[in-house]
Design a binder for this molecule. Structure first.
Ligand SMILES: Nc1ncnc2c1ncn2[C@@H]1O[C@H](COP(=O)(O)OP(=O)(O)OP(=O)(O)O)[C@@H](O)[C@H]1O
Length: 283
C-alpha cells in the first residue's frame, strides 16, 4: 500500500505472479452487493460490477433504471444502503478525508449536457478543478488549460469563449477537457454523445478511444448510443431488474436471452449495425 493508502500505479505491476509474464487485468472499480434506495423506492439491489484498468466500459439500461444513480453512488454523491465500493483497491467507506481528496484527483467526471459553468469562459471552466486541487501560479494554469484544449481537439481561440458561444460538439469537448484537467486515471462520461449529430458523435467516440490508447485512460461511459457501443466500447454492462444482468463484449449482449437486451440489441436500429452473418445468427 502506498504512503497515503492508495497504491501508486508502478507498485501494481508485476505483483500477480503469473510466470508467463501476463498480468491479470486490474480491477479499478469493484462494486459488490450494492443497494441504493430513495425512501421506499429501491433503485438497485445486489448489484455487482467490475471496471478494468484501460477499458472503455459502456453502461446501458432502460430509461430510469438507475445508470446515473449508480454513477453518482460510485462517485460518493448518493448514499448507499448496503454494499461495498472499492476504487483502486481501496474501500471508499474507509478513506480518511485526505485520502478521499487524493482519490478524487484520480477521477474525472463529465456530466450529462456538459454542465459547464455558463458564467465562466471555457478556459476558466477547465481551470475549476485545477484551482480546487492544485496550487499553481496563473500563467501555469493558463498553459495547462491550453494543453487540455489541444488534447480534446479544440482550437486555442475557444479558451476565452463563453459556453453559449460554442456548438454542441465543442461544449462536449470543453466538458471533457475539464474532466481531464487533473490527468485522471478514470473518467466517467454520462451520455457523452447525446445531442450530437452522427458525425460529431463518431468523432467524439474516436477521441475517447484515442485518449484511452494514448493516456491509458479507463472510461466508464453511460450511453444509449448504439454506435458508441459497437465502435468504442471494449465491454458493455447492462442494468435491468435492479442489477447488472450481463457484462462482457458486444457478443455477450447479442447472445443474451434477457428480454430487454434482446429488444435493445435486436431492434431494427441495432440490426442495421450488424454484418449480415451476425444478423442471421442473432435474428
Ligand atoms: N435524488 C433522488 N431522489 C429520488 N429519486 C431519485 C433521485 N435520483 C434519481 N432518482 C430516481 O432513480 C431512478 C433512476 O434514475 P437515473 O437518473 O439513474 O436513471 P437512468 O437510468 O440514468 O435514466 P436515463 O437513461 O433516462 O438518464 C429514477 O426513477 C429517478 O426518478
Amino acid at each position: 500500500m502506498g504512503e497515503h493508502g492508495i497504491r501508486p500505479a508502478a507498485a501494481r505491476h508485476g505483483e500477480d505472479g503469473d510466470p508467463s509474464g501476463r498480468q491479470a487485468p486490474e480491477v479499478v472499480i469493484r462494486v459488490r452487493n450494492l443497494k441504493v434506495a430513495f425512501g421506499e423506492k429501491v433503485i438497485m439491489d445486489g448489484l455487482d460490477l467490475d471496471v478494468m484498468r484501460g477499458e472503455i466500459l459502456g453502461f446501458v439500461g432502460g430509461s430510469g433504471q438507475g445508470k446515473s444513480v449508480l454513477t453518482r453512488t460510485i462517485l460518493g454523491l448518493v448514499r448507499k444502503q448496503r454494499g461495498t465500493i472499492d476504487i483502486f483497491g481501496e474501500n471508499v467507506d474507509r478513506l480518511a478525508s485526505q485520502q478521499r481528496r487524493r482519490l478524487e484527483r484520480r477521477i474525472g467526471v463529465m456530466f450529462q449536457q456538459g454542465a459547464l459553468f455558463s458564467a465562466l469562459t471555457v478556459k476558466q471552466n477547465i481551470q475549476v478543478p485545477m484551482r480546487e486541487y492544485l496550487a499553481l501560479p496563473p500563467d501555469l494554469l493558463d498553459e495547462l488549460a491550453m494543453v487540455k484544449l489541444d488534447l480534446v481537439g479544440l482550437p486555442q481561440d475557444a479558451a476565452d469563449k463563453a459556453p453559449s458561444e460554442l456548438s454542441g460538439g465543442m461544449i462536449k469537448r470543453a466538458a471533457l477537457a475539464r474532466a481531464l484537467a487533473l490527468d485522471p486515471e478514470i473518467v466517467f462520461l454520462d451520455e457523452p454523445t447525446s445531442g450530437l449529430d452522427p458525425i460529431g458523435a463518431a468523432e467524439f467516440d474516436d477521441l475517447i478511444v484515442t485518449l484511452k490508447q494514448t493516456l491509458g485512460l479507463t472510461v466508464f461511459m453511460v450511453t444509449h448510443d448504439l454506435d458508441s457501443l459497437y465502435d468504442a466500447c471494449d465491454r458493455i454492462a447492462a442494468l435491468a431488474d435492479r442489477k447488472v444482468i450481463a457484462v462482457g463484449p458486444l457478443a455477450t449482449m447479442l447472445a443474451s436471452d434477457h428480454p430487454w437486451l434482446k429488444a435493445y440489441f435486436g431492434g431494427e436500429r441495432a440490426m442495421a449495425r450488424q454484418p449480415a452473418g451476425e444478423r442471421e445468427q442473432n435474428g
